[in-house]
Design a protein around this ligand. Structure first.
Ligand code: ADP
Length: 289
């Protein structure tokens, strides 16, 4: 079983040709509300690929919260450990898509209430996991708590440091894998860190340029698959969910990265973070081509 500890958001997606300047109003092309949040996205990505997935998180007591729970349930993600918090909004991501670029404002709401105390109720569920997957859209204290707990229980933990936040460098070494994208990598791991024990832990995703990682101190890059990108929102989430699935099945790291690369290439061919996430069959047939 894979345990995802992380955020649940409603994505409010506006598609527009032109972006407004300060004080200006422009007319957009499209608006859609979609389930999102890095935690929920990664949980759904893993569940679509056939894994047994449970989520630890919170939504608010509002319509979005109810909708997000329903969406997770429909995807076969266990929501037993997702609480509806009173008097707070469900996490919101205001996403502006414009000419293949995205700009995002997040209001965390209930995600900020995913505290160490809250997670500590589920210690036994964490202890019984094959793998834990975590992102940075919940409080830093909670991330640190989960790293300590997984180390204590000897459970592999993938840390997707998105969005980038600094944590004490001792804690990075508690992660089994760290999966920043290129900009998170630059923000968090400057060159002087290169010699300090992150080798064989770091898996850096580079969009259309694929993935760089090191194994036995040898640095490697796996190219991305060449596809027609429609919406790259959630590419990294599909990557992390798929990576978690492959690693939880004890696949070797290079095979796991290749699998995740294929899953995320498939996911960006459809609009929406979760809509394009592929099934196991789709990834396997894509890899056979
Ligand atoms: P994020 O979505 O977190 O910014 P990236 O942009 O690095 O992360 O994308 C994650 C992964 O998704 C990449 O490593 C790659 O496998 C895949 N991917 C993203 N963009 C493309 C693209 N244009 N073509 C093919 N694969 C892509």
């Amino acid at each position: 079983i894979i345990t995802v500890i992380g955020s649940i958001n409603t994505d409010m997606v506006t598609v527009t040709e032109s972006l407004p300047n300060q004080g200006e109003t422009v007319i957009g092309d499209q608006f859609k509300m979609k389930p999102g949040g890095k935690g929920a996205n990664q949980a759904v990505a893993a569940a679509r690929l056939g894994a047994n997935v449970q989520m630890i998180g919170k939504v608010g007591q509002d319509q979005n919260g109810a909708d997000m729970l329903k969406a997770l349930k429909k995807e076969n993600v266990s929501i037993r450990m997702v609480e509806t918090a009173p008097k707070i909004n469900t996490g919101i991501a205001n996403i502006i898509l414009s000419n293949n670029d995205n700009r995002i404002i997040i209001v965390p709401g209930a995600n900020d209430k995913v505290t160490p105390e809250y997670v500590s109720q589920f210690k036994e569920d964490i202890r019984n996991s094959d793998l834990v997957l975590i992102q940075f859209e919940i409080p830093v204290d909670t991330i640190i708590y989960c790293l300590d707990l997984c180390n204590e229980y000897n459970i592999p933990i993938i840390v997707n440091p998105a969005p980038a936040k600094k944590i004490a460098s001792d804690y990075w070494s508690k992660a089994t894998y760290i999966t920043p994208n290129e900009s998170e990598y630059t923000q968090l791991f400057d060159f002087k860190d290169r010699s300090s024990g992150f080798n064989d832990k770091l898996i850096v995703t580079k969009g259309a340029h694929g993935v760089s990682y090191s194994m036995n101190d040898e640095y490697m890059t796996l190219p991305a698959y060449s596809v027609n990108a429609v919406d790259t929102t959630g590419a990294g989430d599909t990557f992390n969910g798929a990576l978690a699935v492959a690693l939880s099945e004890k696949k070797p790291i290079s095979t796991s990265i290749k699998f995740a690369n294929a899953a995320s290439a498939l996911s960006i061919q459809k609009f929406g973070a979760q809509d394009g996430m592929p099934t196991r069959t789709e990834v396997e047939s894509f890899l056979r081509k």
